[in-house]
Design a protein around this ligand. Structure first.
Ligand SMILES: Cc1cc2nc3c(=O)[nH]c(=O)nc-3n(C[C@H](O)[C@H](O)[C@H](O)COP(=O)(O)OP(=O)(O)OC[C@H]3O[C@@H](n4cnc5c(N)ncnc54)[C@H](O)[C@@H]3O)c2cc1C
Length: 376
């Protein structure tokens, strides 16, 4: 039996980032519990993208802050997370331009340097692009990407330096609550006395919340993704067109995915329908890569809320804290979410007021905040 001030469930970017910022705030007696290896959930399966081109105040302000923190991580963590600001090029048809111009207006008001560009400018950014049917793009040069496994590993090393234990291959099985207060977290290996639990369990978050009698409005959607063999780097931005997205990693691999309109599922298997669809879509935009070989394809979960915003902060149960429901944008939000949750635990409030709008209560009161710029 061990006593802990905070138990963090989940060794993806949310759990590790929360532990990192708690440690930076001086918390010492905390533990991260991960049922498999670090990054084995959605974090290690994601498309690496980091963008501020969203449509709500909440997402734009959180992501503007997160980009600032990504820069700090690149400079201050014990190893590079390969954060690169190669931009996001969101390709648009004629009938989409006006709508995206409105999104850009809000982004600019909130300090994000996005803009609408024409077809010729698109060609300057990605010379190989096929501009047939393209009217222009929404372009933000300060968006970018980072490498998930280097990020997870950099956080692991930082936590080790702070003396924070990470327990891998250990599963949380039960959370004991007595008289409305959390008492204990029980894993398959240990019992932890604690009054604070951070639910950063990704696709397992609903199950963790059920352990304390809370139902979370989360659905799992499988998303498939692939990487190519490496080639000399020629593509800096993330390119988005409809449901299709792709970029090139610092290792030279083209990584990307698209949506197959799959139903909510618990299965993580790849399917044979994905590659033909992805190849068709990506080659219509970038025909010059037709001879590249695909090295690997895999699937992961988008953990989706009804309004495509995460659920952050406290619950009716004192000490039960949520960092869940990130749809297809939880990797990019990782730094700011960790810092917000650490602030909530240490000081009782998240330091960006907009984050308070992303509470669980909004689903009871019906104050949903719909995000419209959802990819995949
Ligand atoms: C194909 C795909 C592409 C994506 N592309 C992007 C992108 O480009 N940009 C972006 O920002 N986001 C992207 N996402 C979304 C992003 O991957 C997730 O939102 C983010 O990684 C969530 O991180 P997390 O730490 O909250 O969850 P996870 O990384 O899933 O971590 C949760 C961890 O909790 C552990 N766990 C669960 N239950 C228990 C338990 N009972 N006990 C102990 N541990 C437990 C799991 O094993 C898991 O490792 C993508 C997702 C997919 C699937």
């Amino acid at each position: 039996m061990e006593n802990k001030d905070v138990v963090i469930v989940g060794g993806g970017i949310t759990g590790l980032s929360t532990a990192y910022y708690l440690a930076k705030e001086g918390a010492k007696n905390i533990v991260v519990i991960e049922k498999s290896y670090l990054g084995s959930g959605s974090t290690g399966r994601c498309g690496t993208g980091i963008r501020q081109q969203f449509t709500t105040r909440e997402h734009i302000i959180l992501m503007r802050e997160s980009v600032k923190l990504w820069k700090e991580w690149e400079n201050n963590l014990p190893k590079s997370v390969h954060f690169r600001q190669g931009g996001y090029l969101w390709i648009l048809k004629e009938n989409e331009i006006d709508t995206y111009r409105e999104y850009v207006r809000l982004q600019n008001i909130l300090g994000v340097n996005s803009r609408i560009i024409n077809k010729d400018d698109v060609k300057l950014i990605v010379p190989d692009i096929n501009t047939d049917g393209i009217a222009g793009a929404s372009w933000c040069p300060s968006d970018g990407n980072a490498y998930p496994f280097d990020t997870v590993d950099a956080l692991r090393i930082a936590l080790k330096q702070f003396g924070i234990p990470i327990r891998q291959f250990e599963e949380v099985k039960e959370i004991k609550v007595e008289n409305g207060i959390i008492q204990q977290v029980i894993t398959n290996k240990e019992k932890f006395n604690t009054h604070f639990v951070v639910n950063a369990a990704g696709f397992g978050a609903r199950k963790i919340a059920h352990m304390v009698g809370i139902d979370l409005p989360l659905k799992l959607y499988r998303h498939q993704i692939a990487v190519s063999e490496p080639v000399k780097v020629f593509l800096e931005p993330m390119v988005v067109k409809g449901e299709l997205y792709f970029t090139q990693t610092y290792r030279g691999r083209i990584i990307g995915g698209t949506d197959l309109d799959e139903q909510s599922t618990e299965s993580l298997s790849s399917t044979d329908g994905f590659l033909p669809q992805f190849a068709k879509e990506i080659l219509s935009v970038l025909p010059t890569i037709s001879s590249l070989n695909v090295m690997r394809q895999w699937a992961g979960f988008y953990v989706v809320t009804p309004d495509h915003h995460p659920i952050l902060g406290g619950t009716d149960l004192p000490g039960f804290v949520l960092g869940v429901g990130f749809s297809g944008h939880g990797f990019m939000l990782g730094p700011v979410v960790g810092k917000l949750l650490a602030a909530y635990i240490m000081h009782g409030t998240m330091y960006l007021p907009e984050a308070n709008n992303l509470n669980l209560e909004r689903f009871r009161s019906g104050r949903l905040i719909q995000e419209k710029a959802v990819i995949g």
